[in-house]
Write a protein that binds this ligand. Structure first.
Ligand SMILES: *Cc1c(COP(=O)(O)O)cnc(C)c1O
Length: 432
């Protein structure tokens, strides 16, 4: 009863992500969560295949993260960051500088991934502004990208499947190269970078930065591409004096098999965005790191201060939990866990490659993606319920069914997730 009232109120009054208030869709109330399981208010337990959007890498309700949060609350939940600093921020910056590429030496804390992208873009534009190159203020990116929902970030999301159609008139116009097609370095062909090379060579005079998600594109299409593409992009950025922003908000902290995806291409960005798994999914926090060269450049020639400063910048509670989450990760055998998940996903999902309703199955690290040959829109009347009825939490969108479970998931639980995906595929195949 209670729960029905809650759901009714929710449907009437509360916005959810990308939701319509007139057609709210199926909603579940979560009463608690532990390990890889969410407990619904009707008592059912479901296995989380989404890591709450890439973030809960250690699972829910982790004793060490809980303890970190509790002890930080007892000393100080928050204090403004203007003119004040604190141990949690200093420790977290130390860790981030430690685990990222050596040239990244400066850390700007933000409260969400989108804002860390805004800050990255501001850094790049201000860098050239300070050097009297105001005309270098545009961005170059690749199609099928996703960088967040705020205006600056939205302007570099994929122009077709992103939100451009509604906001096009209000967005800055950036440049888009085709999404990379090479899957791994073995099938690298120079033609894959040709359009990107044309764009950067033609427009470098007006470009401040290239921004992209390394190796795995998330919400813009769940696509996977080869490290060689990144190496080429890095070289072209150097050649044309354009900064490289890597958005590792989804890929960071081990998800693709290395701590950061750029490591697999053996390159270093000028600016790096991290978020999502930064606090192990406990509270919102993100960060933008940059090199000394970028930081010095921003303030060169009396260029002055970096123009950003969120109210909750470097929130001590969030920073403390992030420190603990990074410690947990580094102390764990995450690499083995991610490799094991990758092998199991390959074993259990790749066989569905040949089903009539499947266009492609893609696996990278602890990420499994099934791209269907059709959009799922017309199936949304039965699919969400069908999924939860199998005891799992998976949230397909467009023509994609994908999972990126917590690294701690057991083999049996992962099998339950892949079986659920298999059942969706089979059902779709019989319907087509
Ligand atoms: C989720 C995401 C963002 C936006 O982060 P928010 O915390 O949702 O603002 C940006 N870039 C990538 C690659 C993401 O996956």
């Amino acid at each position: 009863m209670e729960s029905n009232n809650n759901l009714r109120f929710d449907a009437e009054h509360i916005w959810h992500p990308y939701s319509s208030v007139t057609q709210p869709g199926l909603m579940h109330e979560v009463s608690s969560a532990s390990g890889v399981r969410l407990t619904l208010s009707d008592g059912r337990e479901i296995i989380d295949g989404m890591s709450s959007w890439w973030s809960t890498i250690h699972g829910y309700n982790h004793p060490r993260l809980n303890q970190a949060a509790k002890s930080q609350i007892d000393s100080m939940s928050h204090v403004m960051f203007g003119g004040l600093t604190h141990q949690p921020a200093i420790e977290l910056a130390t860790k981030l500088i430690d685990i990222t590429a050596e040239p990244l030496q400066k850390v700007f804390f933000t409260d969400s991934g989108s804002v860390s992208v805004e800050v990255a873009i501001k850094m790049a534009i201000q860098y050239f502004f300070s050097q009297d190159q105001k005309q270098k203020h545009r961005l170059l990116t690749i199609r099928n990208g996703y960088h967040g929902d705020t205006f600056g970030a939205m302007a570099v999301c994929d122009p077709v499947n992103g939100m451009h159609s509604m906001f096009e008139h209000a967005l800055p116009k950036h440049l888009f190269a085709p999404a990379p097609t090479c899957r791994n370095d073995e099938d690298w062909q120079d033609s894959d970078i040709a359009d990107f090379r044309d764009l950067i060579s033609t427009h470098h005079d007006e470009l401040a930065a290239v921004i992209l998600e390394p190796l795995v594109q998330g919400a813009g299409g769940m696509r996977i591409y080869c490290p060689e593409y990144l190496r080429q992009v890095r070289a072209l950025c150097d050649q044309y004096n354009v900064l490289l922003i890597l958005d590792e908000i989804a890929t960071g902290f081990g998800r693709t098999g290395s701590l950061f995806a750029y490591e697999q291409a053996d390159i270093c960005p000028d600016i790096l965005c991290v978020g999502k798994a930064l606090t192990g999914g406990y509270v919102t926090l993100a960060a933008t790191l940059c090199t000394d060269k970028v930081a010095q450049g921003i303030s060169a020639n009396g260029g002055g201060v970096l123009m950003h400063g969120p109210t909750f910048m470097a929130n001590p509670l969030a920073c403390r939990i992030a420190c603990e989450s990074i410690d947990l990760l580094l102390e764990s055998n995450w690499q083995q866990q991610v490799n094991d998940i990758e092998s199991q996903l390959s074993r259990e999902l790749l066989p569905y490659q040949n089903e009539p309703s499947v266009k492609e199955v893609r696996i990278k690290g602890a990420i499994g993606v099934v791209e269907l040959d059709k959009q799922l829109d017309e199936h949304m009347d039965w699919l969400p319920k069908f999924i939860v009825d199998q005891g799992v939490w998976i949230r397909p969108f467009r023509n994609l069914i994908y999972i990126m479970p917590p690294y701690i998931i057991s083999q049996e639980d992962l099998t339950q997730l892949t079986k659920a995906i298999a059942n969706i595929i089979k059902k779709l195949s019989t319907m087509s």
